[in-house]
Ligand binder design. Sequence first.
Ligand SMILES: NC(=O)c1ccc[n+]([C@@H]2O[C@H](COP(=O)([O-])OP(=O)(O)OC[C@H]3O[C@@H](n4cnc5c(N)ncnc54)[C@H](OP(=O)(O)O)[C@@H]3O)[C@@H](O)[C@H]2O)c1
Length: 245
Amino acid sequence: MRDSKHWSNRSKTALVTGASSGLGREICKLLQQQGMRLIATGRKNLPEAHAAVTADLRHERHKILELIEKEVPDVVINCAGAGAYGPALDHPLDLLDINANAPIEITLVAARTLLRAKKTGVILNVSSAAGLIPMPYLALYSAAKAALTSFSRSFDAEMRPFDIRILVSLPGQINTDFAFQASKGKYRQEGGMKKEWVAKRIMRQIAHQIPYEVIDGNTKFQIFLAKLLPSLANRLIMKGLRKRF
Ligand SMILES: NC(=O)c1ccc[n+]([C@@H]2O[C@H](COP(=O)([O-])OP(=O)(O)OC[C@H]3O[C@@H](n4cnc5c(N)ncnc54)[C@H](OP(=O)(O)O)[C@@H]3O)[C@@H](O)[C@H]2O)c1
């Protein structure tokens, strides 16, 4: 028989990708405060956890997939992500691997193992508002996040009858090292949402099993404006992002 839908977090297992820094690191702290067994993944500096696996999502994700099949986590949070500012002509296609192929494959394997084990569970994909707005000079990242959002929403409808939920979260700008990495050290994000606050919103989304959430009100307004006035939005985005590379 399947678990009850309203499970307590204590003694459950959660796997987090991108656990080494930023938003993922904050999510790990909250999961551990709730008494969950943590499996942390990233390329370096992983937090203390029940298990940790060092893996580059471009060519080592088999390590994570094997661990998922062994541990059958109740919660999986695909938080790893990386951007690159600048002309798409200059960027490698492996940005699609980190931001779309890897989280999609992890989602599929996690859902399959839950189904096989007759367990309920939640998989939350950290996407981005950038996937809803055409983003010149962040084109591959934006395309990958669009794919991840679309996949998550479609697959959730398929898995819902089995009480396996695929949630997707779309934050706006967060004050992490993301912009610093994406600009190869040229630009540091100033302002933006606090990662601690966004992490709490994501935990709330999981607790309430909210399928799709744009974080926050300001980001919702930007998406609305970009739909209403796409040419103006493109010009503003190009002006803003050009400064970062
Ligand atoms: N910051 C923002 O403004 C913003 C806005 C919307 C959405 N997001 C999304 O939020 C998520 C978290 O990003 P963040 O803001 O917390 O940035 P961050 O501090 O740069 O964290 C990114 C994480 O992704 C991991 N990662 C990057 N490339 C990887 C690779 N090739 N293989 C394995 N892991 C890799 C990093 O781990 P290692 O360093 O150990 O490799 C790190 O833990 C991402 O999915 C991002 O797209 C961010």
